[in-house]
Design a protein around this ligand. Structure first.
Ligand code: ATP
Ligand code: MG
Ligand code: FE
Length: 338
């Protein structure tokens, strides 16, 4: 089984081919950091235009590298949301056109399901059900992953996502864009105990996350050593994530593994702390390799492949969605899904 995956929901344009043996046959990713850097964040209109320029050539490149024609595919998978709607539309329409022209099924993938299943692409021993900490630029959730398409939201952030906090703190500290990796680099030279910062909601029986107060505390403390501030902030995030995840583990005793995914899962301190938690609880820990944590198309191809195997394909009129919760019971749809 071979699936082509397309990703364009934020500022990464990506195409990848993945097979049923978890082999990434070919993969291309074009970031847009340079285009957005002057604005200190992703500009939706610029991102959408860049996807238009880049996606089709990336598809051509992965097909050529793998030596495949569209007739060799079993399906075309494209991110159909959630994300910046202009970008999502570019990838989804490209996927529809390729599916239509090749006569292959289309799989409309929820970007968050791509993150949620990415650990299974890298780790063949990872079985359902598992407890997932999905931590990215737009989301911070604990999910019970019971199977493909079966997600129970156990917790979410009541304000900012962790990745958003990393990005805002990077801006405050003058570390530039994108923020997460820059804060992590600076933190390596700093003392995590140097600056006292709050751990919002830690110790509370409410299982949710909160990062807005932490970000404001960094703003108030700004002016001192940047590495110390970065290290102290990162440690506070680690403490919040670990505390909240520990509570969720109590609430999901059936979980066979602790898993972290999403862009923030690329952070070494966060991975190490969660590894210790998984070991301490005796259920072990799994995290995708760094390149599968931040946005990529291999995870979309893989989620498409898992959905295809489970019997899910989509009609050519499937909509692009700016909002698309993984657990609709926890987050009722708003309006027309935009
Ligand atoms: P979502 O997946 O919620 O739609 P997104 O796709 O924009 O959002 P991802 O690409 O999954 O987000 O993750 C990007 C986020 O991860 C950014 O906020 C970035 O700062 C953060 N990030 C990336 N690398 C690191 C790191 N090493 N440490 C901390 N944060 C990181
Ligand atoms: Mg990005
Ligand atoms: Fe993402």
């Amino acid at each position: 089984m071979i699936v082509l995956g397309l990703e364009s929901s934020c500022d990464e344009t990506a195409a990848a081919l993945v097979d049923g043996n978890r082999t990434i046959l070919a993969e291309r990713i074009a970031g847009q950091e340079e285009a957005h850097r002057p604005y200190g964040g992703v500009v939706p209109e610029i991102a959408a235009r860049a996807h238009v320029d880049r996606l089709a050539p990336l598809v051509e490149a992965v097909m050529a590298e793998a030596g495949l024609g569209f007739g060799d595919l079993d399906a075309v998978a494209a991110t159909a949301g959630p994300g910046l709607i202009g970008g999502v539309m570019v990838g989804l329409v490209t996927g529809k056109a390729l599916a239509l022209a090749s006569g292959k099924p289309l799989v409309a993938v929820n970007h968050l399901e791509g993150h949620a299943l990415s650990a299974r692409l890298a780790d063949p021993t990872l079985e359902f059900p598992y407890l997932l900490l999905l931590t990215s630029g737009g989301h911070c959730q604990l999910l019970g992953v019971d199977g493909v398409g079966r997600y129970r939201r156990l917790a979410t952030t009541i304000d900012d996502a962790a990745g958003e906090a990393f990005d805002k703190v990077a801006k405050i500290l003058g570390l530039g864009f994108p923020g997460g990796p820059a804060v992590e680099r600076a933190a390596r030279e700093g003392n995590p105990k140097a600056v006292p910062l709050p751990r919002p909601l830690v110790g509370s029986g409410d299982s949710n996350f909160s990062f807005a107060g932490l970000k404001s505390a960094v703003l108030r403390a700004a002016g001192g050593s940047v590495p110390d501030l970065a290290a102290s902030f990162q440690q506070a995030v680690v403490d919040c994530l670990v505390d909240r995840t520990r509570l969720a583990m109590d609430r999901m005793p059936e979980a066979t593994r602790l898993v972290v995914a999403g862009g923030v899962a690329a952070n070494g301190a966060i991975r190490a702390a969660l590894q210790r938690l998984g070991d301490e609880r005796g259920i072990g820990f799994s995290a995708p390799p760094l390149a599968l944590c931040t946005d990529n198309a291999a995870m979309i191809a893989w989620a498409g492949l898992e959905r295809l195997r489970a019997g899910y394909t989509d009609a050519l009129d499937v909509p692009a969605r700016a909002r698309w919760p993984l657990d609709p019971a926890a987050e009722p749809a708003r309006g027309a899904g935009v």
